[in-house]
Write a protein that binds this ligand. Structure first.
Ligand SMILES: [Mg+2]
Length: 265
């Protein structure tokens, strides 16, 4: 039977959210029946992902009340959750706090926002030392060479802005893996469900879930990102990379000339 590509269709996933999927249909009287078979197959089959692993990532950084885009944020928390793309389960965790080198004293605003006490920061490694430890973690899992993987973040800010600022402050070369395309889950979610872009709390709410832990704690933000990713995976989302450093910087500069940046760490 001749098959032809049709327009995107919307279906309801396990999460109760509707999502878009491009289907094929046949010409002729059995079109509807065949589309139903396609849908049944789709919902029972988890989509194969383009990467073996994903690294869910959400940094926290120094900040002050009213500090804008040009404030030189320094990373103070660096959590990475390693997720197996066959199950979207967490298989390992790298988590370190980081001592800022320029402004090692956290503002009251920053401590309250992130829940990170000064005493924790005082005994933490500086960024280059922490990065060496993280690279040992990558090596242990053979990531970015034998095992394909990509970062998942909420928006462009963590990799585009915070890593860029921190490498400049630490006077180190940007690691290659932070120049690779990554998955911006906020954009992926918006396109997959045909829904406006929203933050972690609002994405969770669409599944009837509440944020677990302390908002703006990096490790808790990252864990909640995994919960969203798993829901999307159950609904059949494909986690292709959708953010690129150069394109992202270009868009950011254009936006700064307009409305400005609304990043919340
Ligand atoms: Mg955060």
């Amino acid at each position: 039977m001749r098959r032809q590509l049709t327009h995107d269709k919307s279906f309801e996933g396990k999460s109760g959210m509707t999502f878009n999927v491009q289907t094929e249909s046949s010409s002729g009287d059995s079109c509807l029946e065949e589309e139903e078979r396609d849908l049944t197959f789709y919902l029972k089959t988890k989509a194969e992902q383009p990467f073996k692993y994903y690294l869910c990532f959400d940094v926290e950084a120094t900040c002050i009340s009213g500090g804008g885009f040009d404030y030189m944020n320094e990373i103070i928390e660096f959590p990475i959750l390693l997720v197996d793309s066959k199950s979207f389960d967490i298989v390992d965790v790298f988590h370190s706090y980081v001592k800022p080198s320029k402004n090692p004293i956290l503002s009251d605003f920053c401590k309250e926002l992130t829940g990170i006490p000064q005493s924790t920061i005082d005994v933490s490694p500086i960024f280059p030392v922490m990065l060496d430890q993280f690279q040992e973690f990558l090596h242990r899992h053979k990531l970015f060479y034998e095992n394909s993987c990509a970062f998942i973040t909420d928006g462009p800010w963590d990799i585009r802005d915070f890593i860029t600022k921190q490498c400049s402050i630490s006077k180190i070369a940007r690691p290659t893996y932070f120049s690779l395309p990554w998955v911006d889950i906020r954009t992926l979610y918006s396109e997959f469900y045909n829904h406006g872009k929203c933050n972690i709390v609002r994405m969770l709410a669409t599944y009837g879930l509440q944020f677990e832990g302390h908002e703006h704690s990096g490790i808790d933000d990252a864990k909640n990102l995994v919960r969203i990713a798993k829901k999307m995976w159950e609904d059949g989302a494909i986690f292709k990379t959708n953010s690129y450093l150069q394109l992202s910087i270009h868009r950011s500069r254009r936006r700064r000339r307009g409305r400005g940046c609304n990043k919340v760490i």
